[in-house]
Design a binder for this molecule. Structure first.
Ligand code: HEC
Length: 232
């Protein structure tokens, strides 16, 4: 019986430790990451040009999908959420990563190495780093292609990029080849990818300029102290 108890409580202890180390601590550490955690509403607060132009390029489809022909924060948030759900549900993450590693010169190919702060928001929780790269990393996909390019590409990848092995996503379109809510949403999501990067850059700049100011202060204090010494 004693042996059983030792194993039982030992296992419980191991489980509790693992839960704290790989569950509680990382979540607690997120608090210290800046910018602070952003909700979907925060992310959709400003409606980007890409999304507005989806509403003007496909007004009928847009109205059918979102109940209004005008792009606003609410339908932008809705599109981002659905876009991300489709990214998961339709298996985009089987072939695409969303993490630029600090190795193999990935930064040359896709832009700056990914930082923790970029993932501290509702659309990256849980993060969709992926495990394979049949296609390229999509961390900084926003703005790389136009909305129309994405529509054509989703309809027929090999017809857009010769030799592509990406599957056709024709169920994102109606029978007469018009985009449905799904196509509009996944394109909005793809154009959003990389958006939080600018805030991380701002943070880095703020940290750098604070450090510069501090350095200048120390220098000034030192020269004042030196002068005092000289006077003596
Ligand atoms: C079977 C693997 C596979 C799946 C699944 C897949 N892709 Fe791709 N994807 C690729 C490959 C390979 C390329 C590169 C060739 C090309 O551009 O078509 C690519 C390219 C892309 C590009 C262009 C990237 C660039 O910078 O030019 C985008 C955007 C994209 N995929 C989005 C998606 C989305 C969204 C989904 C899910 C709806 C998806 N992919 C599913 C393999 C895949």
């Amino acid at each position: 019986m004693e042996r059983f108890e030792a194993i039982f409580f030992g296992s419980l202890l191991c489980f509790a430790l693992a839960f704290i180390l790989s569950g509680v601590l990382p979540v607690a550490a997120l608090d210290k990451v800046t910018p602070k955690y952003q909700t979907l509403e925060d992310l959709a607060a400003t409606v980007p040009e890409d999304f507005t132009s989806l509403s003007t390029a496909y007004p009928e489809e847009f109205e059918k999908a979102f109940g209004t022909a005008e792009a606003n924060s609410e339908n932008y948030a809705e599109a981002l959420r659905l876009g991300r759900d489709l990214y998961i549900g339709d298996g985009c993450w089987h072939c695409h990563s969303q993490y630029i590693r600090p190795v193999a010169q990935e930064a040359e190919r896709w832009g700056p190495v990914s930082e923790a702060a970029e993932y501290n928001n509702a659309l990256h929780m849980p993060p969709l780093w992926g495990t394979r790269r049949v296609g390229p990393d999509l961390s900084r996909q926003g703005g790389v292609h136009t909305n129309d390019w994405h529509m054509a590409h989703l309809w027929d990848p090999p017809g857009t990029v010769p030799g592509s092995v990406m599957p056709r996503y024709r169920w994102f379109f109606t029978k007469d080849k018009r985009p449905t809510k799904r196509a509009l949403s996944i394109v909005a999501y793809l154009q959003w990818l990389g958006d939080t990067r600018s805030q991380v850059d701002l943070q880095t700049v703020t940290i750098a300029s604070t450090m510069e100011k501090e350095a200048a202060k120390i220098k000034e204090e030192k020269s004042k102290a030196d002068k005092k010494e000289e006077k003596k």
